[in-house]
Design a protein around this ligand. Structure first.
Ligand code: KG4
Ligand code: ZN
Length: 797
């Protein structure tokens, strides 16, 4: 047969295990599979240094075969399962590479890669891959290998106790034929031996290899599952939820009522914003009532039917609630690799607010974490509204069930690939269909447009230190051309704070889409005919620290891949400096020396900025940060997370003099702060009032709490200004978004002849515009980073 397909250069990456896989290969497709010719392979063991070594290793591989990054036509990444962080490093870097180069990114299961690694070495017959999942668990996978290739004998990757896999495999009728491989054998090999499962493939084959990954992705079966090439849609295979979510599900399954202690959110008070949480048995009655009211005449779900759902562990049900009332719910059942959406209901007066979409986001997120690749549902033929929503999420009709909903009323069965197309724009209630081709069409630029772009010297920056995935683009004058922020608040709120593992997962999910949205937004700001290409940027900045290490790693890995593939300088930014530089967005002529107050969720400090980059930290908090105090007080009041915006909204209607809370360290004659005493005082006050049977006046309480915090902030800032003789003052960090703090400082310090700058309200809480401003300055100084940097969670000013 003549080969009509063109061969291409593919770079492979897998960092799911201690084996860092990086290789270059020539792939020649032919009739549903492909031939693989390895060009350079740099697979090597590397413990915990994947983020440091990955891009430099790719660089080395390119050098070896005298190719440049532009010669790479496609990327391939291992999706795990494996170490969560390891998988995320590989996938984030690969997404960055593919987005930065505008090339396709394909993906394959790391377990399949291990099986193909054995196949390539000549192993044939029944093969069990026991991949290490840590904590006494493994990812088990069974394959049959023959001369034609590798056949998967399981549907969906999963995680089990090592002992359970041993028991399962010992019971196979052909257990005596079973050969074992996988890095789980290092730790749990003895367990297998004791059960008589002693056949092993050679130990140097126990890890995945680049060639194995390539063979898996280019096999007949692999072709079908390797994805569309759109990097935004490539996600890790986790096989389980985060511990926090697992524990919550277990408790809900045990029919424990959701309680304030459990979630940090008292239902009756949680009316400050819409909240989402998994459905629990106590919701069954309300859900049944809402269902009956929404679909009169339909064979509706009853309370008992909902209750029976909690016994099954392959289910995911979510409710949306406000002021303790259920506004909607959705649920589904996992069948092999598909989540069947069983029900989606939103109360009539709350339709078209995006609630259904958010509910489905939660259900599908669970399904995806548990290994599903598709979702399916049935919709009534005449329900145009629902059909439109589902189509926008990526569902397409697959077949019709005649007269399913009664005579002449068919059901349309629809199916979609996970993840759903979800809008990055949190303001928009309905999803916008993400029907894009990838790679993106390369724009044809008129010379005038080209010149404009060049003159702008565009800096893009990425921020992922906590629970916002953000990408921004500024021009050479520091003008914000794009600032995209995708918040994960809905996913953390029910835990009363940020869950690091969820944060890391959501960053990986969002980062490519947020980046694309920023490139589009900047193009609109500049009046360009189509989106900016990575090659049209001047530099790429990224937050290196401080923050949650697992969250930072995603941004850093993505930025490295992106900058490397687009051949742009990489610039690392200190997040705290970002909060400071946010002030340049409002006052571009701000010049040191000045006093700077940083008040965020993680930091409270008063800084004497003597020159740019020359910081004297006058004092910090001895315990809680200001934002943290807001969050803890809100949690104690059952107001939900994050506390700052909720408390400031309530405080606007309260009397700040109503309760005299302590002003800790107000007269300590230094610049240190302490907030834990105040937090305790507030909690004691709540307890006393509740015990005495007096109703709490929450607005007064919120206003009085704010006043106690802000009085101290003002006093110490004033002292610092007087002591240093500075005439400029500025503010930064999430709490700087608080209107009362801004107003108080501007009013009182202006009276002291001090010029006060506050960042734009939307650049106070975490964002990437402020990171871009720092990156721009470092760009001018040619202060570039190398590709072996890693996240630094403990960075200081
Ligand atoms: O800077 P940021 O977004 O993240 C960190 O780097 O920590 O700050 C988040 C913090 C949260 O604790 C949040 O409650 C607080 O900023 N915050 C506010 C307001 N908006 C956000 N605190 C008081 N008033 C606000 N309006
Ligand atoms: Zn911050």
């Amino acid at each position: 047969m003549t080969n009509i397909f063109k061969s291409y250069i593919c770079a492979t990456i897998d960092t799911s295990t201690d084996m860092l896989c990086v290789a270059l290969a020539r792939v020649t497709p032919c009739e549903g599979h492909a031939q693989v010719e390895m060009l350079a392979s740099f697979d090597h063991t590397c413990r915990r240094r994947a983020n440091i070594e990955l891009v430099p290793t790719l660089e080395k591989a390119l050098d070896e075969v005298c190719l440049s990054v532009d010669d790479i036509d496609a990327y391939l990444v291992g999706r795990g399962p494996g170490s969560f962080t390891g998988v995320r490093i590989g996938i984030s870097t690969a997404k960055g590479l593919a987005c930065g180069a505008n090339k396709p990114l394909y993906a394959a299961s790391t377990l399949d890669a291990s099986a193909w690694t054995a196949w390539k070495a000549g192993v044939r017959g029944l093969l069990g891959v026991a991949a290490d999942a840590m904590r006494g668990e493994i990812y088990p996978a069974l394959y049959r290998l023959d001369d034609t290739g590798v056949e998967r004998l399981f549907e969906r990757e999963r995680v089990v106790k090592a002992a359970a896999a041993v028991a399962e495999w010992s019971e196979l009728s052909d257990a005596d034929q079973l050969q074992l491989t996988g890095d789980g054998l290092v730790r749990y090999g003895k367990l297998f031996d004791e059960a008589g499962l002693t056949n092993r493939v050679e130990q140097d084959l126990w890890w995945p290899s680049s060639e194995g990954l390539l063979l898996a992705a280019t096999s007949k079966e692999g072709f079908a599952t390797r994805g569309t090439g759109d990097p935004a849609l490539v996600l890790p295979i986790y096989t389980r939820l985060s511990d926090a979510e697992e524990n919550e599900r277990k408790r809900l399954g045990n029919e424990v009522k959701t309680s304030e202690a459990l979630t940090g959110v008292a239902d009756t008070l949680a009316g400050q914003h819409l909240q989402f949480r998994p459905m629990c048995p106590a919701d069954a009655e309300a859900a049944a009532l809402l269902e009956a009211a929404s679909f009169p005449g339909r064979n509706a779900w009853t309370a008992n039917m909902f209750l029976s759902e909690f016994d099954a562990d392959n289910r995911s049900w979510w409710v949306a609630h406000d002021m303790g009332e259920i506004l909607g719910f959705a649920g589904g059942m996992i069948v092999e690799k598909d989540i069947e959406i069983l029900d989606v209901v939103v109360r009539k007066d709350h339709r078209r607010e995006g609630i259904a979409r958010k509910l489905l986001a939660h259900v599908s997120y669970d399904a995806q974490m548990l290994g599903c690749q598709t979702a399916s549902l049935e919709v009534e033929q005449n329900n145009a509204g629902a059909s439109a929503l589902y189509e926008a999420l990526g569902f397409t009709p697959v077949r019709t069930r005649k007269n399913y909903y009664g005579p002449n009323c068919d059901a349309i069965v629809m199916s979609a690939h996970l993840p759903f197309n979800l809008p990055q724009d949190n303001e928009s209630p309905e999803p916008i269909a993400l029907t894009r081709e990838w790679p993106l069409p390369v724009p044809h630029r008129e010379p005038a447009e080209k010149k404009l772009i060049e003159q702008c010297e565009l800096t893009m920056a990425i921020e992922s230190s906590c629970d916002e995935t953000a990408v921004a683009i500024i021009d050479k004058d520091g003008t914000m051309l794009a600032s995209q922020v995708s918040t994960q608040i809905d996913f953390h709120a029910r835990f009363g704070g940020v869950v690091p593992e969820i944060a890391s997962r959501k960053h990986v999910e969002a980062i490519a889409g947020v980046c694309d949205a920023a490139l589009e937004e900047a193009a609109r700001s500049l009046g360009l005919s189509c989106a900016l290409m990575p090659s049209e940027l001047a530099a790429v900045g990224v937050t290196q620290g401080p923050g949650l290490v697992g969250a930072l790693v995603v941004g850093v890995a993505y930025a490295k891949g992106f900058a490397f593939a687009a051949s742009k300088p990489l610039i690392t930014v200190n997040h705290l400096e970002g909060h400071l530089y946010a002030n340049l967005l409002t006052t571009p002529d701000l010049e040191p020396p000045f006093i700077f107050t940083l008040v965020s969720g993680g930091h409270t400090m008063l800084v004497h900025v003597r020159a740019w980059g020359d910081y004297v930290v006058l004092g910090e908090t001895l315990d809680d940060a200001v934002g943290e105090a807001f969050d803890k007080v809100a949690k104690a009041l059952g107001l939900g997370y994050p506390g700052g915006p909720i408390i400031s909204r309530l405080a606007a209607q309260g009397n700040p003099k109503a309760i005299d809370f302590p002003r800790a360290m107000m007269h300590s004659h230094d610049y240190r702060f302490s907030l834990s005493g105040l937090k305790t005082a507030v909690i004691t006050y709540i307890e006393q009032e509740t015990a005495a049977g007096r109703p709490l006046h929450i607005p007064d309480l919120a206003a009085s709490f704010e006043a106690a915090v802000f009085d101290v902030q003002f006093k110490k800032a004033l002292n610092a200004l007087r002591e240093t003789g500075a005439h400029e003052y500025c503010l930064g960090g999430g709490v700087a978004a608080n209107p009362h703090l801004r107003e108080l400082l501007i009013r009182k310090l202006t009276r002291e002849k001090v010029r006060v700058t506050v960042p734009p309200q939307n650049a106070c809480t975490d964002n990437a515009a402020m990171i871009a401003v720092v990156a721009r300055r470092k760009y001018l100084e040619e202060d570039f980073a190398s590709f072996d940097i890693d996240a630094d969670p403990n960075m200081t000013l």
